[in-house]
Design a protein around this ligand. Structure first.
Ligand code: NAI
Length: 345
């Protein structure tokens, strides 16, 4: 039963759709629409059980409520998941069926891309519904905005931790040189940061070395780099009971989603005196990009300008965390909740 699942958090609605012709099995979870219609990507994944799919939709849609509230956009939290292997089961007909399902919700939920569903897939979904939108950047990716927003978060965390000084001469380790990490390195290098990088793809590491003289470090050692700032831009759950005692950085600020393995890890970081910029406070550039696209007046410079709000917000969260001796995610959650709920939850 949904109400008994640990991921259920008073969600407003959970819809299950089945399309006979394509055998689409699709869950849309709407967590909270206080601030506006729910927004959140559509994920396609070969979930082992329908409960796994449901739990993912519940967890991710809740996360979107907090992300949107913190980003200050007039949207609530939603997410949808398709049960299936995108490499084998994703067809134009299936995408069209997703579009019809989204359309039937009458605008309470707007969908976008996510793992297994690309921007071109969203275009197909969008033939059936007015409530689908993909990033409008040249490559159809929100990563440039995410990278710039994360850079703003890093600037704020550095200003907090190092008394307002910029990034010149700061040693920064970047884990993951994908769409976000590589672009982020460009901003950091331009500010004079000294880069250490790690990626399972050696060609990316070589590129970072060639472009910015970045020092390579093994993927299993990057978290232990002795640096001023660690920027996780690859995987989730990397900050955990095992890794936190071994960290040798003063600040953590990166784009990867769900960096903390458990809520207890926020307390572990706080106790170690490591300044942690909550991931969902600083990786919202992609969401801002989407919101601009939905307005229909897309201008990439306006998106980047909006990302400057991330600096102020992150600085406020970190200052409050220090002043009140609270882990930064607790402060960020409180700020988000104050925006979408008048009473605590
Ligand atoms: P991506 O898939 O383009 O890049 C990920 C990079 O990490 C790849 O170069 C991959 O080889 C590397 N990697 C994988 N495992 C690794 C390991 N064990 N050690 C070191 N490197 C490893 O992904 P993208 O778009 O750059 O996103 C990065 C992170 O930021 C992800 O966690 C994503 O969820 C998050 N994020 C991305 C957004 C976006 O707009 N692209 C928006 C918000 C969050």
């Amino acid at each position: 039963m949904i109400l008994e699942l640990p991921d259920y958090d008073g969600h407003e609605a959970v819809h299950f759709f089945h399309d006979r012709a394509t055998d689409l099995r699709y869950v849309v979870a709407i967590h909270d629409t206080t601030l506006g219609p729910a927004i959140g990507g559509c994920r396609m994944w070969p979930y082992a059980t329908s409960t796994d799919a449901l739990r993912d939709a519940l967890r991710l849609s809740r996360g979107m409520t907090y992300k949107a509230a913190l980003a200050g956009v007039p949207y609530g939290g939603g997410k949808s998941v398709v049960i299936g292997d995108p490499r084998k089961e994703k067809t134009p007909d299936l995408l069209a069926a997703i579009g019809r399902a989204v359309e039937s919700l009458g605008g309470r939920y707007t969908t976008s891309d996510d793992v297994g569903i690309s921007a071109p897939d969203v275009a197909i979904i969008g033939r059936e519904t007015a409530h689908a939108c993909a990033p409008l950047t040249a490559e159809g990716k929100a990563a440039p905005a995410t990278a710039y927003g994360t850079y703003q978060g890093i600037l704020a965390a550095a200003a907090h931790a190092f008394d307002g000084a910029g990034l010149a001469g700061r040693r920064i380790a970047v884990q993951g040189l994908g769409a976000v990490g590589m672009q982020l390195c460009e901003y950091l290098a331009a500010d004079g940061a000294v880069l250490t990088v790690a990626d399972i793809d050696e060609s990316r590491v070589a590129e970072a070395h060639r472009r910015w003289g970045a020092q390579a470090v093994a993927t299993d050692a990057v978290l232990e780099s002795e640096v001023d700032i660690l920027s996780p831009c690859a995987l989730g759950s990397i900050l955990n009971e095992r890794t936190i005692p071994r960290l040798r950085c003063r600040v953590i600020a990166g784009a990867a989603n769900n960096q903390l393995a458990t809520p207890a890890d926020a307390i572990r970081l706080h106790r170690r005196g490591i300044v942690y910029a909550p991931d969902y406070a600083i990786n919202v550039g992609g969401l801002l990009d989407l919101v601009h696209a939905l307005r229909g007046t897309y201008d990439v410079q306006a998106v980047l300008d909006d990302c400057h709000g991330i600096f102020e917000r992150t600085r406020w969260i970190l200052d409050q965390s220090a002043a009140r001796d609270l882990p930064s995610p607790a402060v960020a959650d409180e700020l988000a909740r104050s925006r979408f709920r008048s009473t605590g939850h």
